[in-house]
Design a protein around this ligand. Structure first.
Ligand code: SAM
Length: 350
């Protein structure tokens, strides 16, 4: 089985059957070998440097009803909020002071958000922090809207496809949402010039090995600059409350597979992974991840951005806990990078 790992590292691809074998393999020696090879690839490109992104959760209002998500429209048990422009700028100022050079503005799909409002915020951050990267993660929009945000100064966009199997997509989302439109959005984002991130929840309800291989093949074809993988974690106020969380080991394996497939990709050790167990963040890095996204949202709002139960937002998952993060990374031989961390040959920089 180690020869599959070697082949993936050498040719950057495997056959459907080979991907399946690797995902199903339970031999700890092979898994260690996979992580080690992925780690070597990461080290060859990025050394021991880990990029940090300050995550600002700008709103938990959402017009969608994704069955897995705690901020889904019909969850009436959370307190809804929307940060003001000044609050968002204050988060950026604080982040800048702490050493962040990328701000990620994430939120639900605000039902009545005005493009101008968002465009103004992006433009204002761009003017105030000219050397910083602005990443948006605001869900599905029109081509025109993505273009406006890009022109205003956004550089990157995160939009996980969640699954690229139509039947599986339907199990995770109600009928008014469409996989075809989500994939269309990803193509548009690329066309416009964003550095694009996509990805999946590992172990989402009804996901099987065939779906995972389809996702691997999609990412191989799409070649995103960023790949976000986190375990599904149930939220008590959703219809998926009783499902088991995704498996951290499988998540780590996928991180390694994507590192070997797309060596220059920016791959975070996600908050969902760190929520399963704090040292899973470090395991993610040892499996080939090279990005961490501490929470930079106002502290009083963090608990309301409850995508899943017990979401970590303190300690090393918090911007103000950067010292703890640095210590944890040092213990495994890594350092926080002070750079903004664009994709190599970064498409248009500011
Ligand atoms: N609205 C934007 C979008 O749809 O891309 C961004 C916000 S959305 C809440 C961000 C990501 O959270 C989703 O892409 C999904 O993968 C993740 N997420 C939501 N619920 C989750 C859960 N129960 N467990 C793990 N991840 C979850």
């Amino acid at each position: 089985m180690k020869n599959l790992v070697d082949r993936l590292r050498c040719r950057r691809t495997l056959t459907v059957e080979e991907y399946k074998q690797l995902l199903l393999c339970r031999d700890a020696e092979v898994t260690d070998y996979l992580h080690r090879q992925a780690r070597e690839e990461t080290f060859a490109r990025f050394g021991n440097k880990i990029f940090i992104r300050g995550l600002i959760e700008i709103t938990n209002r959402c017009r969608n009803n994704c069955y897995y998500c705690g901020i889904r429209k019909s969850n009436s048990r959370i307190t809804r909020y929307e940060l003001t422009q000044e609050e968002i700028l204050e988060c950026c100022r604080e982040g800048y002071r702490l050493g962040f050079r990328t701000f990620v503005l994430q939120g639900g799909e605000m039902p009545d958000i005005k493009d101008e409002w968002m465009e103004n915020i992006v433009a204002c951050i761009r003017r105030s922090f000219p050397e910083c990267a602005i990443t948006l993660s605001l869900g599905e929009k029109s081509y025109g809207t993505y273009e406006r945000f890009f022109r205003a100064g956004a550089n990157r966009y995160l939009l996980r496809h969640e699954t690229c199997n139509t039947q599986h997509y339907r199990k995770l989302h109600p009928a008014d949402m469409s996989l075809a439109y989500r994939l269309q959005c990803l193509d548009w984002l690329k066309e416009i010039g964003y550095q694009v991130g996509t990805g999946i929840m590992v172990g989402s309800p009804y996901q099987n090995i065939h779906h995972l291989v389809e996702d691997i093949l999609f990412i191989e074809r799409f070649r995103p600059e960023m790949i976000g993988l986190g375990p599904f974690i149930p939220h008590h106020d959703t219809s998926f409350a009783a499902f088991a969380p995704g498996n951290a080991g499988l998540c780590l394996k996928l991180i390694s597979i994507f590192r070997l497939m797309l060596p220059a990709a920016l791959i975070p050790a996600t908050t969902a992974l760190a929520t399963l167990a704090p040292d899973e963040r470090e395991q993610g890095i040892l499996a080939g991840a090279n990005v961490v996204m501490p929470n930079l949202s106002p502290q009083k709002r963090r608990a309301d951005y409850s995508l899943y139960d017990n979401k970590a937002f303190a300690g090393a998952e918090a911007a103000e806990g950067l010292r703890e993060l640095k210590e944890r990374l040092e213990r495994i031989g890594y350092e926080v990078s002070g750079e903004r961390g664009d994709y190599e040959n970064g498409k248009r920089k500011v």
